[in-house]
Design a protein around this ligand. Structure first.
Ligand SMILES: Nc1ncnc2c1ncn2[C@@H]1O[C@H](COP(=O)(O)OP(=O)(O)OP(=O)(O)O)[C@@H](O)[C@H]1O
Length: 253
């Protein structure tokens, strides 16, 4: 249930996009990945999901190098909700969600009651049951995003990687999604731009700047006025909630 990057370096077009990045999402933890535009969040998540190969360093699942684990086992346990996911436009919502069961099926197995249950549960958790038979093309941007999340949940992953999954969602669904992910019995790594949402829901945070980790730890230790100024170039005052001890950022106009 743990997922880790060890000294990952990735370059493209003569540029070092990720420079010896290490992090670990511990079992059951929701790890927030923060950083300004272009800091390397998507590149790092794609390496962790196995969609790109690092130039050096390694990705570990439960402390085992992913290169020693079969592609099928990885596909069964790691789900990735991409930022700009595309889907065949001729499918119905339920068909897209069913694709999440693909890694669990063999050439000879039929559609099982476990598959059916996983799909129904995923549709319900993503709030998409009522749209199950709608054509993909008829969905709004936020509904498409929720259907992609349902597809990832139908995969019944042990590790869940999400790249800015709250983009396109209204505030109710942003909070609903973060509450859902934080309550799942999975290990998750989630890239977020809303620092207050990250502070509210994530167990720990990692901050990237220009492809390097510049801070990591509990939200209260990471989200400081100095860090907001030096990494995000914003002035802010930080208040701590009495009961949760989590930081709340007030940006200065
Ligand atoms: N295929 C590519 N070709 C050239 N440059 C790339 C490629 N992929 C990533 N980069 C560069 O790597 C850097 C990091 O990009 P990445 O998308 O990982 O950042 P990000 O932190 O996810 O940004 P955002 O918050 O804007 O989504 C950027 O400067 C980007 O231009």
């Amino acid at each position: 249930m743990s997922i880790a990057a060890e000294q990952l370096t990735w370059r493209i077009a003569g540029k070092t996009v990720l420079d010896a990045v290490s992090l670990e999402a511990r079992p059951g933890e929701m790890l927030g990945l923060l950083g300004p535009n272009g800091s390397g969040k998507t590149s790092l998540l794609r390496l962790l999901a196995g969609l790109k190969q690092p130039h050096s360093g390694r990705v570990m699942l439960d402390r085992e190098d992913v290169r020693a684990i079969s592609r099928r086992s990885i596909a069964q346990r790691v789900a990735f909700v991409e930022q700009h996911a595309t889907t065949n436009a001729n499918l119905k919502v339920v068909d897209v969600v069913k694709l999440g069961r693909f890694p669990h099926r063999s050439m000879f197995s039929g559609w099982s009651s476990a598959d059916e249950e996983a799909v129904e549960d995923a549709l319900a958790k993503a709030g998409m049951t009522g749209k199950r038979n709608d054509p993909w093309q008829s969905l709004s941007g936020g509904e498409k995003q929720r259907a992609h999340i349902a597809r990832a949940l139908a995969q019944t992953p042990r590790e869940l990687i999400l790249d800015e999954p709250t983009n396109h969602l209204d505030i109710q669904h942003q909070i609903g999604l973060l509450r859902l992910v934080s309550g799942l019995p999975v290990t998750s790594i989630i890239a977020l731009h809303d620092l207050n949402h990250a502070a509210m829901f994530c167990d720990r945070l990692v901050v990237l700047r220009q492809g390097r980790v510049v801070a990591s730890g509990h939200p209260a230790d990471v989200l400081t006025e100095d860090l907001l100024r030096s990494v995000f170039s914003v002035e802010a005052r930080i208040e701590r909630h009495d009961h949760s001890a989590r930081p709340h950022i007030h940006y200065v106009r």
